[in-house]
Design a protein around this ligand. Structure first.
Ligand code: FAD
Ligand code: UDP
Length: 368
């Protein structure tokens, strides 16, 4: 690594990989991309397991976006399989569509509402909350306490270790409410998975003579040995600043894989278990990869307090700590920050790509 790089990029997830590709391709910059893991792709990484089933190492990752520029960009590196995500929630022994829709309510309550009937029912049970202050308010102000308790309260507690009233509204706001029978999980314009896997998408994105990749490498171990002009960092922001303002809270997750000698295990790719078991969901990737295989692999997701930081925790106390780090980050002229963990934002993949493209644009054409 004796040579000089224009950019040292930390983290080979979407954020770091997109900005590396852009710098190498458009500006002919020499990039050293490092990741402490043994693969590129960050949390979106997938691979073929021992049985030959394509699985997602860090939980189901479904690409979805309303951004035309993001969709155009990712289409350069993959063909997309047109998958539409659907999720069921196991409640009172029934598997019901989530987000809550007409079918969910009619089946659970043994009713026969039409759209107007559902609106009238929800109007009668919703709580009148003035200002929406937290993730509980979001739900009970739309569907009332009964449905909140069945679908949101316990799931959220398992997922985050706190009840919804301790979390910012943005957490449960991610889940819409539908008055019709539309059972898509996301309502975005574009959706799907790369036909031959995310890992291939990243291989193609990063196959450029200007990009050198160093895996199994924590950047702090090499930073004093590498010559570079600029740094782009997409890891946890508190780690970057040696926790000088204290540790930010992150939520972790354990993934338990099981391969079964049958073609399919469940009806859809994801079944949520809000009230039963310690895991939040069971994922079966064959539904969204569309792989044809005599066996299947399922994954149970167990949220945990400690371990690899997967989720920034959207609560006020964490936001206050993040603001202190943001102020430090703003002072640095040759370091740029992009990504889910350094922005401490609940980004989806497309938002990480969008933010990386914006960062590249600001580097390519700096504002005067
Ligand atoms: P990451 O993908 O996390 O990449 C950051 C990289 O930085 C990692 O590879 C890490 O190893 C590396 N790194 C960190 N610190 C260091 C260091 N010190 N030195 C070197 N390398 C370092 N989004 C969707 O759009 N759809 C979904 O269905 C979806 N499902 C998800 C399910 C789960 C369980 C999780 C946790 C997230 C999900 N997401 C989903 C969000 C998605 O994972 C993120 O939006 C995306 O990964 C953000 O990309 P990133 O590059 O910012 O971060
Ligand atoms: N949620 C819930 N019950 C569900 C699905 C989601 O309570 O069946 C809540 C939970 O707090 C979750 C949040 O809504 O963290 C956002 O859900 P989403 O599926 O967007 O989370 P992701 O797993 O993608 O981070």
């Amino acid at each position: 690594m004796a040579k000089r790089y224009d950019y040292l990029v930390v983290g080979a997830g979407f954020a770091g990989s997109v900005v590396s590709e852009r710098l190498a391709t458009e500006l002919d910059k020499k990039v050293l991309l490092v990741d402490k893991r043994n693969h590129t792709g960050g949390n979106s990484y997938d691979y073929y397991d021992d049985a030959g089933v394509l699985v997602h190492k860090y939980g189901a990752h479904i690409f979805h976006s309303n951004h035309d520029d993001v969709w155009r960009y990712v289409n350069r590196f993959a063909q997309w399989n047109g998958y539409t995500h659907r999720v069921l929630a196991y409640v009172d022994g029934l598997k019901l569509p989530i987000p809550i829709n007409l079918t969910t309510v009619n089946t659970l309550l043994k009713k026969d509402f039409d759209e107007q009937g559902l609106r009238d029912y929800l109007q009668s049970v919703r709580l009148n909350i003035g200002q929406i202050k937290n993730s509980r308010d979001v739900v009970v102000s739309q569907v009332g306490e009964f449905l909140y308790e069945k679908f949101f309260k316990n799931y959220t507690f398992k997922q985050w270790g706190v009840l919804p009233d301790a979390l910012s509204p943005e957490v449960t706001k991610r889940i819409p409410l539908r008055f019709n029978t539309d059972d898509r999980y996301f309502g975005d314009k574009y959706e799907g998975l790369p036909v031959d896997g995310f890992f291939k998408l990243f291989d193609r994105m990063l196959a450029h003579k200007n990009i050198t990749i160093a895996l199994n490498t924590d950047y702090k171990k090499i930073i004093n040995d590498v010559k570079f002009d600029n740094l782009i960092y997409t890891g946890p922001i508190d780690y970057f600043f040696d926790n000088m303002h204290g540790e930010l809270p992150y939520r972790s997750q354990r993934f338990e894989f099981e391969t079964l000698d049958r073609e399919y295990y469940q009806e859809v790719a994801v079944v949520n278990y809000p009230n039963d078991y310690e895991f939040t969901k069971i994922t079966e990737s064959k539904h969204f990869t569309k792989q044809i295989h005599p066996k299947t692999t399922i994954v149970r997701e167990f949220p945990e307090a400690d371990g690899e930081p997967y989720y920034p925790v959207p609560m006020d106390s964490a936001a206050a700590i993040y603001e202190k780090y943001k102020k430090e980050a703003d002072k640095l002229k040759t370091v740029h920050f992009a990504g889910r963990l350094d922005q401490y934002k609940y980004y989806n993949m497309d938002q990480a790509v969008k933010r990386a493209l914006e960062l590249f644009n600001s580097i390519a054409a700096p504002k005067k």
